[in-house]
Design a protein around this ligand. Structure first.
Ligand SMILES: Cc1cc2nc3c(=O)[nH]c(=O)nc-3n(C[C@H](O)[C@H](O)[C@H](O)COP(=O)(O)O)c2cc1C
Length: 214
């Protein structure tokens, strides 16, 4: 995994299609897990998306705050059916994960881990796990070569281990959706030095976006 760290700190209405031409083959899904619009998490995700769009791929962006994602109730339905019984916006995201070649996930660090919005989405991916390891019949195309990028921003100054409770969670999420965890962007100190003052990180984010598409 390529890792970008920095000591400085290191919707339809809901869903937007940011680039769309019928001859484009690759698809990306960009997920923003901060409830704050256009702040650090979203700005970094947006720059990765800019890099992707340079390479003419279809990008769908979602802000989890705009979606209805009910927490997993551990009802056990997925262990029998390989799908989730809860009828909410996760049903569209399940399809998006399957159809995407690139998944960008952005989260603020809350209490040393991902935001509740992100964790609720990840827990609902248990149905992928059940389909593979309980039912032996994956409901996500396991042969597709997906790449994943994780963006995390922490408001506090950098401390060792600041992101250590995020990364394994996201690693398991990417595994559940058969995605290779390819890049991290982990940025600290955003409550003091916000992303608009970190052009280096934004430039790197855009470069990562453009590098993702071979
Ligand atoms: C509920 C809550 C918990 C937070 N916990 C942490 C934390 O554990 N570590 C940290 O570095 N920053 C923490 N922060 C600060 C956020 O990570 C910081 O404000 C970040 O910039 C938010 O991302 P955004 O700017 O994209 O909204 C917390 C903020 C909130 C609201």
């Amino acid at each position: 995994m390529k890792d970008l760290k920095s000591n400085e700190g290191v919707g339809v209405g809901r869903v937007k299609l940011l680039g769309c031409r019928s001859d484009r083959v690759k698809k990306a899904l960009a997920i923003v897990g901060s409830p704050r619009r256009n702040k650090n998490t979203e700005k970094i995700v947006d720059r990765i998306v800019e890099g992707l769009l340079e390479k003419d791929i279809i990008v769908k962006k979602v802000n989890l705050k705009d979606l209805k994602i009910t927490p997993c109730t551990a009802c056990g339905y997925c262990e029998n059916e390989g799908s989730c019984i809860i009828d909410d916006d996760m049903q569209n995201l399940y399809k998006d994960f399957d159809e995407s070649d690139i998944i960008i996930l952005g989260s603020p660090v809350y209490f040393n881990t991902v935001s509740t919005y992100v964790k609720a989405m990840i827990d609902r991916c248990q149905m992928f796990w059940s389909s593979k390891y309980v039912l032996n019949k994956s409901v996500i195309d396991a042969n597709k070569q997906r790449q994943g990028v994780f963006v995390a921003v922490g408001g506090a100054p950098y401390t060792k281990g600041q992101f250590d409770a995020c990364v394994p969670v996201v690693d398991l999420f990417f595994k559940s959706i058969n995605t290779k965890y390819s890049y991290n962007i982990l940025l600290s100190n955003t409550d003091k030095v916000d992303i608009t003052k970190r052009q280096d990180i934004l430039i790197e984010a855009q470069r990562i976006g453009s590098e993702l598409v071979k």
